[in-house]
Write a protein that binds this ligand. Structure first.
Ligand code: AVI
Length: 321
């Protein structure tokens, strides 16, 4: 019927996501510089590997952001306003969310994530920890424009921790901030975790850990394509490669082909030369001023910046302008 749009059911959504995965993989591997979108790292195995990364000695961002949140929790809560309506991009699985929920006592909490299973798990455990909290999970791909259902009348705050914004290109980050600005409205705010520019050796170690967990996380993307799209990638013929690109201000992750080879994905065949790479992730790092500028262009003023003593990581408190 014209004019009426129905929300897709879980099965339709799963089918659409599977079709999107196939399309993005085929399209990405057909490019001159082969590339795969990093959002596909996070199937069940990839999410477990990412949790293991977060516990690594070399991977400082998670630990540092938790410490900043603990240290400045009451200031952050005052900035966001107790009783606000809190929308988080991510499942809300982590300790930072629990700290914030305890301090903010939001009127409603809306976690947004692409994985229905991960979201359901997080909602269940958060429901146990915060029985009085109203939780409204939203299954959605937030790299696309998203309309949020009714938020209620409380002040709207978007929470985007983990420096996930760094996995977007600056243009995508701008679009994402603009979308968030439209979502929170004129009285709204945003709290964003942003990894800071720093000594390239520290960055290099964080993405080339000694135990090889980041390598396994990167290679799992090929394993996922084998599992879900029936491809025949031989994981022993690719190697994890991550480096800091100072001109672009980002860590780049690649999977490098160790030999000349062909890989089949259904009816499609892709050729790899020895030394050719698939670009799997960018992780942009911003100085405080660079991120302030990015936020300003999207209609936010960075009113507060909380950092750690070693200035490894920043949590920005943004206000709508
Ligand atoms: C999720 N994201 C912020 C991580 C990062 O640091 O860019 C993903 C990651 N990739 C390798 N290690 C961690």
């Amino acid at each position: 019927m014209a004019g009426k749009q129905r929300r897709p059911g879980p099965q339709q959504l799963a089918a659409a996501l599977a079709a999107g995965f196939r399309r993005d993989v085929l399209e990405g591997l057909a490019r001159p510089q082969k590339a795969l979108p990093p959002k596909y790292f996070y199937d069940a195995a990839g999410s477990r590997l990412f949790e293991a990364i977060c516990r690594l000695r070399e991977y400082y961002p998670t630990r540092t952001e938790v410490r900043i949140t603990q240290t400045y929790l009451s200031e952050i809560a005052r900035f966001a306003t107790r009783g606000c309506a809190l929308l988080e991009y991510g499942t809300g699985e982590g300790i930072k969310t629990r700290l914030l929920l305890r301090a903010l006592k939001p009127e409603v909490y809306m976690p947004v994530d692409i994985s229905a299973d991960a979201l359901a798990g997080a909602v269940k455990s958060l429901g146990r920890a915060f029985p009085a909290l109203e939780i409204r999970p939203i299954v959605a791909d937030f790299s696309r424009p998203l309309e949020i259902p009714a938020w209620g009348r409380a002040r709207r705050v978007v929470y985007f921790p983990g420096s996930t914004i760094g996995n977007l290109s600056p243009e995508e980050a701008h679009a994402f901030l603009k979308m968030s600005r439209a979502q929170v409205g004129p009285r709204g705010a945003m709290i964003v975790g942003v990894d800071l520019k720093k000594d390239a050796n520290v960055l290099h170690a964080a993405y080339n850990d000694a135990k090889g967990v980041t390598a396994a996380f990167n290679l799992n993307l090929l394993a996922r394509i084998n599992r879900e799209l029936g491809a025949d990638f031989d994981l022993r013929r690719f190697r994890h490669y991550a480096f800091y690109n100072p001109l672009a201000g980002r860590i780049e992750m690649h999977l490098v082909s160790l030999v000349d080879q062909a890989v089949d994905i259904g009816d499609y065949r892709f050729f790899f030369q020895r030394g050719e790479s698939i670009h799997t992730e960018n992780s942009y790092k911003y100085t405080v001023d660079e991120f302030r500028e990015l936020a300003a262009q999207a209609g936010f003023r960075s009113a507060k910046v909380w950092t750690d003593a070693r200035t490894l990581f920043a949590v920005h408190g943004l206000l709508a302008t």
